[in-house]
Structure formats: structure tokens, C-alpha cells
Write a protein that binds this ligand. Sequence first.
Ligand SMILES: Nc1ncnc2c1ncn2[C@@H]1O[C@H](COP(=O)(O)OP(=O)(O)O)[C@@H](O)[C@H]1O
Ligand SMILES: [Mg+2]
Length: 253
Amino acid sequence: MAKIIALANQKGGVGKTTSAINIAAALGVKNQKVLLIDFDPQGSASSGVGVRKPQIKQSVYDVLIGRCRASDVIIKTEYKNLDVMPSGVDLAAAELELADFENRQNRLRDAIAEIKDNYHYIIIDCPPSLGMLTVNALTAADGIVIPMQCEYFALEGLSQMLMTVKQIKKLYNPSLDLTGLLITMYNGRLNLSIQVMEELKKHYEAKLFSVTIPRSVRLSEAPSYGAPIHYYDKKNKGAVNYGKIAKEIIDRT
Ligand SMILES: Nc1ncnc2c1ncn2[C@@H]1O[C@H](COP(=O)(O)OP(=O)(O)O)[C@@H](O)[C@H]1O
Ligand SMILES: [Mg+2]
């Protein structure tokens, strides 16, 4: 049965989508069968693994509201062991529409139950908010990976995020675990980054992944080719480190 990992942080632009794409692809390279769920109305995770708009007939939105089954919307990518459940702009409406459902926090969990056996990992790219979509992702998940940048406000954001995890654990999903904290866009020459890193190590040493993801133009270019970094520039430090993080996720889950 698949392990479900949500990449979540209420802050935008911290590297959730980039990390979801590249961790999912790296797990696939390591012979894990992977489903990437694009749970952000922006749809960047879908396009980042090469899915084009006209290919998307139905999306995770239709699955959430019960209009179709999970297996109906999954698209096979051209990358090893990697499938994707695409998102669409209509997913933005789900945030409100879900309010009318009973057990609204369980919609995703229940919908993907039928395909859980087909994968080793299901990776969920969350939107930048703590709304109903993220609550659904965290209720479905076994683990959460929190991508964050090494800056002062990240520490405040992190404690808010960890409080949310605690609440979801208590209310809906006792088995939710913090899989790891992932530092993205790291620049080891900046004093502030070094200081924040020290602070993080003081409090969360065991949860930090052993490597960070450096800032790299190649990582930001790859999505415009619809390619995970492993297939775009395999030797790039970001590609190598996302590979190491995938390995650590396998070890930790
Ligand atoms: N390691 C990195 N180096 C350089 N640019 C990055 C890196 N990670 C992400 N980016 C860029 O930063 C922006 C925000 O990243 P994204 O993954 O979309 O964050 P989020 O999903 O949290 O909003 C994007 O333009 C992305 O290409
Ligand atoms: Mg994103």
C-alpha cells in the first residue's frame, strides 16, 4: 500500500511544487511506483511533468466532488514509474464547494483509497494556504514534508505549520507524521541563511534532511521543458540532492 506524502507550507514560493515534482521523479528513478497529485489550482506540478492543458479532460477536482473515479483521471508521464493526477483551475472552487459535503476533510483520502495499492508512493503538491484542500491532503497523508527557505520569517511560518499538523493529527488523522523539513533555494554564503540554519538545527535537527537544495537556475528552467531536473540536467547539484532526499524519504517511511 502506498505511503502518502504531502508537501505543504502555507507560504507561497518556498519550493513546494519544485520539490514535489523532483522528489516524485527521483523516487521513480529509484524503482518506486509513484503518483504525483497536483493539488494546487495553478496546475504547475502537472505542467512540470510534461502534461499539457488539452490532455486534461478531468482533474482531481472531479475526483474530489465525486464526479469520477481516481483511476479515470490519472495520466502516465513519459518519466520512469511516474503517473500524475492533474489539477485544473476549477479546483479553486472546490475550496468552497467542499463546505457542503459531510466528512469534507476525508474526500481526497476516500477517493484515492481504490488506487493506493498501485503505488509505492503518492506525493501531493499542496496549494499555498491552510484551506480545505490542504486539510484534505494532510488528512489523507501518512507524512508531511515541509519545504522552506532559510530566512527569518520561515521560522514563524514553520511553527504555524507545525501547529496545523498537530491539529489535523488530533482531529482527523492520528497517524500523520512529520517526515522532514526541507531547506530549498539555499545559499550557504549568506550570513542570514547560516544563522537560520543554526537555529533550525537547534530545534529540529532530527527532522532536517541531511542535504539542502541549493538555489539553481537549472531547477527553475526545467519546468518550462516539462521535465523533472533528473531528466533535464542529471548532474546538477539540485538533481543529485533531490535524489538523496528521495532516498532519505524511503529510509524514513
Ligand atoms: N532550488 C531552486 N533554485 C532556483 N529557483 C527555484 C528553486 N526552487 C524553486 N525555485 C523557483 O522558485 C519559484 C517558487 O517555487 P515553487 O516550487 O513554485 O514554490 P511553491 O510551490 O511553494 O509556490 C519558482 O519560480 C521556482 O522555479
Ligand atoms: Mg506550488
